[in-house]
Design a protein around this ligand. Structure first.
Ligand code: ADP
Ligand code: MG
Length: 286
């Protein structure tokens, strides 16, 4: 039988908009000593805005940004939303085919019969497209564009840190929980956000499989690891952690289903709150 205290704990969590999918997860939350989180949508709003467009002097076609907008219409990544907001309405007269979303890189497809790449500079490297700049010189998140095998320029995008993010990290530290940030976004941006928030360690430029390896590494050092993410391709790390926590508002259906705990309003303060409810429940149950 399930001890009554668990019902109390699950109920208390639910009144705060924290959905806990079983009493065992309250026990694990009580003992969590390391929280691994992604950046976008967890510590930041997950809503990017285009800051600057830097195209080469003579782009291959004048409608290049319409092409970019069109290929992004096939993606649900926050980057796609930012580009759509920036460029505006989709043009009807373009022919798009062979679109592929390449995890941790961006998009590849054909517009009007020629290859279009829109993603980070790693994507351009992958398809042997060269460029006359050093991406490391740009401090912002960059989205590079190539058409017909030729570099066309880049956009910079930025996201805002959530108002409660710094307080979240302070409370986690008070609870003796270490915090690691893992992200597919540019390392310099990830490290800057982590520094601002007082996060213990941070790694950027990670592919989904790199995130898995990082979590495996952390699990060799700490007893109970919680992972917090908003979704797009986080399912493997959620499955690996002792307790997987999803941001419910922005999260993909797949992540919300795999997650053990769902934070319905996306407020990161609910992470330390869930741990506290876990600890409280444990003192009642045991
Ligand atoms: P994370 O969720 O940690 O930010 P992702 O794997 O979702 O990491 O994305 C990593 C990087 O891949 C993004 O920062 C971006 O540079 C690039 N990328 C992903 N999806 C797109 C897209 N639809 N358009 C352009 N670039 C993208
Ligand atoms: Mg993602």
């Amino acid at each position: 039988s399930i001890p009554l205290g668990y019902f109390g704990g699950i109920g208390a969590a639910s009144r705060h908009g924290i959905l806990v999918k079983g009493g065992n997860f309250l026990d694990i939350l009580a003992d969590v000593d390391h929280i691994v989180m992604d950046k976008t949508g967890t510590m930041t709003e997950g809503v990017f805005q285009v800051q600057e467009l830097n195209l080469i002097d003579q782009p291959a076609i004048p409608e290049l940004m319409d092409y970019v907008n069109l290929i992004e219409s096939k993606s649900s990544h926050p980057v796609a939303t930012a580009i759509h907001e920036y460029v505006g309405e989709l043009k009807e007269n373009l022919n798009l085919s062979d679109v592929e979303e390449i995890a941790g890189h961006g998009l590849k497809g054909k517009v009007n019969g020629k290859d279009l790449l829109v993603g980070n500079f790693k994507l351009l490297d992958k398809f042997q497209v060269t460029y006359p700049i050093n991406p490391q010189d740009i401090v912002y998140t960059t989205i590079a564009i190539a058409y017909d095998g030729q570099y066309q320029g880049y956009l910079t995008i930025a996201d805002k840190i959530k108002a409660t993010a710094a307080e979240t990290i302070r409370r986690l530290h008070q609870l003796k929980v270490k915090v690691t940030m893992l992200s597919g976004d540019k390392s310099s941006v990830v490290k800057e956000v982590a520094k601002t928030l007082g996060i213990d360690q941070a790694f950027g430029d990670l592919l989904p499989e790199d995130k898995v390896n990082q979590v495996k590494q952390i699990k060799t050092q700490d007893k109970f690891v919680g992972f917090v993410g908003d979704g797009v391709n986080d399912a493997p790390v959620v499955a690996l952690s002792d307790v997987g926590i999803a941001m419910g508002g922005l999260g993909s259906d797949a992540t919300i289903e795999t997650a053990d705990v769902v934070i319905q309003d996306d407020n990161p303060l609910k992470i330390p709150m869930a741990i506290q409810i876990g600890k409280k429940t444990k003192t009642i149950v045991w």
